[in-house]
Design a protein around this ligand. Structure first.
Ligand code: 5GP
Length: 318
């Protein structure tokens, strides 16, 4: 190519570039059409497509218009798409890979709730959420209880006294030592432990067995000793470790909570150090940066497991 051609401003790309560009555009449209058709056929899950779009905004999933994405979902037409977008506060011109963080979170929650709910009768497994004290396990578990009704959050029995605002049968079953002894003796607890060297906590067995038999996903929010007992009793259970963004943040959360005496705070921090060291025993790790994100990740993990067990059950003819 002569020098003058390189220096002169290009008004129109040379023919060869235009042909290549239009071929690339056709290929991109085809790839997007394939994504839509896979979603419509049920070959790909909408949540997985959203994840791919986020990881690669320039790829076929990322450049898919949000309206085209929604309309490829089962039982969603133009009117429902408009409704959903207005509810999720997403402009119809957006592409899947160009959503803001909050828009993405809202869309994922919608998709999980609508398309990933395990069907009754399918075999699902138990998930245990454990992690160091004050990491926010209780808050994440409560968020899941409030936003993901498909998940049954187990209610533990405890010998500690209720804190202000805690409700019997919702946060815990508050029992005395004699009743806790009876529950142990009658094998009513799936696991139990003395936590922070003070009170006893345990998971009632019957509601969990009933829920699993009904095909529901069950979540236990318990301490590390309890998680180990569940693993021994139910090797299929998935153990999820909820980690703090940093040690300093964990200390800040524990002190900031202000519900424990100074002596108790020291004791709990010592326990937290030991608990942090146990991360390798877990199947998955979720960092609790924001409650909604951590909750979503835990529910996603539960649903991936549920899908896997469904596939395993189908392929083994059960
Ligand atoms: P809190 O008194 O702050 O509600 O809970 C203290 C600790 O007890 C938390 O780490 C929580 O995960 C744990 N815990 C709550 N319920 C159970 C349970 O049923 N079994 C076991 N092993 N630990 C529990």
């Amino acid at each position: 190519m002569p020098d003058s051609a390189l220096r002169s401003p290009r008004i129109r790309p040379p023919e060869v570039d235009r042909v290549a560009a239009s071929r690339a555009a056709v290929a991109a449209r085809r790839a997007r059409a394939a994504v839509k058709s896979d979603i419509a056929k049920g070959a790909r899950s909408p949540v997985e497509v959203l994840e791919k779009a986020t990881a690669d905004p320039g790829g076929p999933e990322g450049t898919l218009r949000i309206t085209d994405f929604l309309m490829s979902l089962k039982a969603i037409g133009a009117t429902k798409t408009a409704d959903i977008l207005s509810r999720l506060e997403i402009a119809p011109v957006k592409r899947l890979g160009g959503l803001g963080k909050h828009q993405r979170t809202r869309l994922r929650e919608f998709l999980v709730e609508r398309f990933e709910r395990p069907a009754a009768g399918h075999r699902t497994r138990l998930t245990v959420l454990a992690g160091p004290t004050a990491v926010g396990k209780g808050t994440v578990a409560r968020h899941i209880r409030e936003h993901y009704p498909q998940v049954l959050l187990s209610v533990s029995a405890t010998t500690r006294r209720p804190r202000p605002g805690e409700v019997e049968g919702v946060d815990y079953y508050f029992v005395d030592d004699a009743e806790f002894d009876r529950m142990i003796a009658d094998h009513e607890l799936l696991e139990w432990a003395t936590v922070h060297n003070s009170h006893r906590y345990g998971t009632p067995r019957a509601p969990i067995e009933r829920a699993l038999a009904d095909g529901r996903s069950v979540l236990l929010e318990i301490d590390l000793q309890g998680a180990r007992q569940v693993r021994a009793a139910m090797p299929d259970a998935v153990l999820v470790f909820l980690a703090p963004p940093s040690w300093d943040e964990l200390v800040r959360r524990l002190i900031g909570r202000g519900t424990e005496s100074q002596e108790e705070q020291h004791r709990r921090l010592a326990t937290a150090k030991v608990e942090l060291a146990s991360q390798d025993e877990f199947d998955a790790r979720v960092v609790n940066t924001t409650v909604a994100d951590a909750a979503l990740q835990v529910v996603d993990l539960m649903q991936v497991r549920a899908r896997r067990s469904r596939r395993a059950a189908t392929s083994s003819g059960r």
